[in-house]
Structures are given as C-alpha cells and as structure tokens.
Design a protein around this ligand. Structure first.
Ligand code: ADP
Ligand code: MG
Length: 349
C-alpha cells in the first residue's frame, strides 16, 4: 500500500453486505463441533459427549485499547482473536469458534478491513478455530472490535479461579513484563514522530517485546503440556492486567493469601535491559504491566517434582491463608504488601 498509485476502496463503495461477503469469502469450518458457520441468522455448534462449552467476550476500542498510529491492522486482528483464545486457555480449555463484531468509521478503507481480517483468519488457522459469524456496522467514532470465543473442555478438566488452597504453589508460564516494555517503546517513538515527522522510528532492535505487545500468543501449548503431564491446576487465570492484579484475582476467588518471590518472577533479558533504560524496576513491569497473556496458575505441592522439570513454567510463590494477605518478598528479602496497579479500564490513571 506504499504505492501512491494504489487506490484504496472506500467502504461506501461496497456497503455492509458487500463488505461482509468480502471479509468472509472462502471461510471454511474444520472443527467437529461446528455444524454450521457463516451464512445464516445464527451459527450452529454442538460440543460432543461429556464436554462443556466455554464462552468469553472481549471488546476492543480504538483510543482505549489500541492506537491506530502504531498498530498494524493485521496485528490488531490477530491480537483481537488471540486475547480471547487466551481466556479459554485460562479455563484449561481449547478455543473452537470465534464471532467477530466490527464497528467501522468512514475513514477506513475496504483494504484496511481486509488486513484486519487477514490477521483474524491467521489467528484462527494457527489455533484451529472456526470463524463462525459476526456483525458489521458503521461507527461514528473509532474502530470497535468485539470478539466472542467459544471453547471446549471436558467438564472435569475445567479450572476456575476459585480452587486454590493455602500452600498450593503459584506458577506462571513464559516471561512477564515484555508487552509493557513494547508499549513504552511504541509510545516513545510515537512522541518522537509527533515532535518531528521526519524522524524514523527506532524499532529494529526491539523485535521480541514489540511482538509481545503487538502480536501476543495464547498459551494453549501450556494447556497441552499440563494435560500431557496429567497436572490439573487448582486455579488459573491469564495474565492480562499484570501479575499483581491477576494473582490477587486468584486469591480473592479462592479466599487465600499469597507470597510471591520477586527473584523468581521470569523476565526476559531484553525486557530487563529496556526497563533499566527507562528507569523502571523490571519486576514492576512484570507486576503491573499486563498484556503478557501468560497463564498464571496454582498446583498442589504434590505436583512440584513434575512441574519443576517443565522449562516453560516457573514457580514464583505459594498460596497462604487469607489472613496473611497478599505479599511480595523482594530480592533484598523484605516482605511487602502486594499492590495491584495494573490495567483497570474504568479507573482514573
Ligand atoms: P443478520 O442481519 O441476520 O444479523 P448479517 O447480514 O449481519 O445477518 O450477517 C450475515 C452473515 O455474515 C451471518 O452469518 C453473520 O454471522 C456473518 N457476519 C456478519 N458480519 C461479520 C463479520 N464482521 N465477521 C464475520 N462474520 C460476519
Ligand atoms: Mg447482523
């Protein structure tokens, strides 16, 4: 689209139905539980046997959840789908179907919406999910994306936030804080660009954290690993708001307290180095940054030997009695109260 001769198609040229046809063209379904997808007034799905249906929805608003200035449409589509898949993974299930509602302002071209859909479709391919419907309308303000995911799990495999007990070990997959550092880099480059549009963004050395921010993945692989090792977490959540906030959600739902050990929090080297550059304590990025979409879960101590051998998983603390509160043991061995300052869409910043 760099070519100035390339003509973008205004949405008005296609209209709602033309646009729906264009973005849903060639979509085929592959999951057994999807009996009928796009093309009628409703999709038809049927989870088999002893399976249960998991449903979750996310709403993404331009200017609130994403900034069009540095968010490529394709990445945005991918992320909109994946953050929903992550919610299903957090229940120890597998995402199977996806519905996408979009509200589009007149400033968008047909090609831009197709880009958005190419990201959504890629995510569906990668995660084996069927896109089975949605809704399309115009938006008077910015771009609105509403995604509903439907997942499946064996009824007995479902993991809730509420099952943790005192002394259970707290575990997290992957590493934390990277998505937040990616956001800081993008915000920094945006400011530089606004001050002087001739400045080229300095993004090249930051691939890992930019990917963590712009193109996150859902940890369905961790769900597979846990199943293979026959480990059923006692509670689980995905890290969308920041470790502090999300572990507190587990504590609240499970009526426990917790102790998190600062030095055990997994942080990637690039995240660590950049945090230093920004004068941020790296663990603060992990505790309060959010959007890492790792899985945070608790396991019974009996599973310790199995879990400690799994490279994708770190043990970062343990649950306590609710009366002991939520605590962080710092690297210099102080025990301080854990405070959540992560993302809260309705709180003043
Ligand atoms: P209705 O008027 O019954 O809501 P629509 O004309 O809105 O039907 O949609 C026609 C079909 O296209 C439906 O199967 C719907 O789920 C699907 N659809 C509409 N918009 C989208 C979209 N943005 N993404 C995916 N599927 C869509
Ligand atoms: Mg409709």
């Amino acid at each position: 689209m760099e070519d100035s001769n390339y003509k973008l198609t205004p949405l008005s040229e296609l209209g709602e139905f033309g646009l729906i046809d264009k973005i849903t063209e060639g979509i085929e379904t592959k999951n057994k539980s999807t009996l009928f997808g796009i093309g009628d007034d409703a999709a038809v799905i049927q989870p088999g046997g002893s399976k249960v249906t998991l449903i979750s929805k996310d709403l993404l608003l331009e200017g609130v959840h994403f900034d069009m200035m540095y968010t490529p449409m394709k990445h945005l589509g991918y992320k909109s789908a994946v953050v929903n898949f992550s919610d299903i993974a957090a229940m120890n299930g597998k995402p199977k179907q996806l519905l996408i509602g979009i509200g589009v302002g007149a400033k968008f071209s047909v090609e831009a919406i197709q880009e958005l859909y190419s990201g959504i479709k890629t995510a569906c391919e990668v995660y084996g999910v069927d896109l089975i419907g949605g809704d399309t309308t115009s938006s008077a303000s910015g771009l609105v994306i509403s995604a509903t995911v439907i997942g499946e799990a064996e009824k007995d495999d479902v993991v809730y936030r509420s099952g943790a007990k005192a002394n259970d070990l707290i575990c997290v997959s992957g590493d934390l804080g990277g998505a937040y550092m990616g956001l800081l880099i993008l915000e920094r480059e945006k400011k530089a660009f606004q001050a002087d549009p001739n400045i080229q963004p300095e993004l090249t050395q930051h691939d890992y954290i930019l990917q963590r921010q712009l193109k996150p993945e859902a940890r369905t692989t961790v769900v597979d690993i846990l199943a293979k090792e026959k480990i059923k977490p006692t509670s689980m959540i995905d890290v969308s708001d920041g470790l502090a906030s999300d572990v507190m959600h587990l504590c609240k739902a499970s009526k426990t307290g917790c102790v998190i050990s600062e030095e055990k929090i997994p942080i990637d080297q690039t995240t660590f180095d950049l945090a230093k550059e920004f004068n941020i304590v790296p663990t603060v990025a992990a505790l309060n940054g959010g959007e890492d979409y790792e899985l945070l879960f608790t396991i019974s101590q009996d599973e310790y030997d199995k879990v400690k051998e799994i490279p994708e998983i770190s043990i970062i603390g343990y649950m306590t009695d609710a009366s002991e509160g939520e605590r962080l043991v710092t690297s210099d061995n102080n025990s301080i109260e854990l405070v959540a300052q992560g993302w809260d869409a309705l709180k003043k910043k």
